[in-house]
Design a binder for this molecule. Structure first.
Ligand SMILES: [Zn+2]
Length: 287
């Protein structure tokens, strides 16, 4: 199956009060592990790459062809969305050119009017090629220089203006954070999510989905979150399984140092994590 854009999948998710996982790829193992999980579950999936991960792997074209060719050799039959995560203006344009089926233009750190204008431009370019667009209002918190931000709350009026540009999904800050959550984190702001969900029609996106207590994410999904971004959780699962393999001395037994063996447990841990997440996001199987 070739790539699909995100429109049908996420609109159906919002209507059906479930979510579809958006999983970040970092390399070949990640790509295979995510695809394997989605195929085993027979559910749609969104594979996304950050600007940093794309640079690490080579470029946007390489990532797209990696995912595309893995889908071919793995006989993937479930719908897959190829998405750019947190792109700046240039990256979004590059991925539209490269044939991604979905892009995020993240202009949250620009003055609001500029974010609005650039979002409009990206929507026009993307929609001309049947590509979905995600935009962001209100920054997603996280650790910066040792200071942990709680996560800014999206302004409802600003969110309405960005939604009116025709974006296909919208990331709104509701107290969520990228990376590990601090012990003193106050939780998701459901009041703000309700205010947003009441007036925003496109599916809403929850970034920093790793580490939010599951019952909070499930509640947010019922309220209008349809795309949940997962990155850290897979990284932690991969690292823990790889550590276990090495600490057990397996890399020193036989040809256990062969990267295909050395990384196998970690890759399986990613698949297991993705499958568990697909289950509790409530993503239904493809008919
Ligand atoms: Zn994010």
């Amino acid at each position: 199956m070739s790539f699909v854009n995100g429109n049908e999948i996420f609109t159906a998710a919002r209507k059906g009060h479930y979510a579809v996982g958006a999983f970040n790829t970092n390399n070949l193992e990640w790509t295979r592990a995510i695809l394997k999980a989605a195929q085993e579950k027979n559910t749609p999936v969104l594979i996304q790459v950050s600007m940093g991960a794309a640079k690490y792997m080579g470029d946007y074209k390489l990532v797209k062809s990696l995912v595309e060719n893995e889908m071919r050799v793995m006989n993937i039959t479930v719908p897959v969305v190829m998405h750019l995560d947190h792109g700046n203006y240039e990256a979004a344009k590059e991925c539209i050119e490269a044939g991604y089926t979905s892009v995020m233009f993240d202009g949250h750190d620009l003055p609001f009017e500029e974010n609005l204008e650039k979002t409009k431009e990206i929507v026009a370019l993307a929609h001309a090629k049947n590509i979905s667009v995600e935009a962001e209002v209100g920054s997603i918190g996280g650790e910066e220089d040792g200071i942990i931000g709680e996560g800014e709350l999206a302004d409802v009026e600003e969110a309405k203006k960005i939604a009116a540009t025709g974006v296909d999904y919208l990331a709104c800050g509701i107290g969520n954070i990228h990376g590990k959550y601090p012990a003193n984190w106050k939780g998701l702001h459901f009041d703000r999510l309700k205010e947003l969900a009441d007036v925003i029609e496109p599916p809403l996106v929850l970034h920093g989905g790793s580490g939010i207590p599951q019952e909070q994410v499930v509640k947010a999904i019922k309220m209008g979150i349809s795309k949940v971004n997962i990155n850290t959780e897979c990284q932690l699962a991969f690292a823990a399984a790889t550590r276990k393999y090495i600490e057990a001395g397996k890399d020193q037994q036989g040809k256990g140092y062969d990267p295909r063996k050395l990384l196998a447990d970690g890759a399986q841990a990613i698949t297991d994590t993705v499958e568990e997440i697909i289950d509790w996001l409530g993503t239904p199987a493809v008919k």
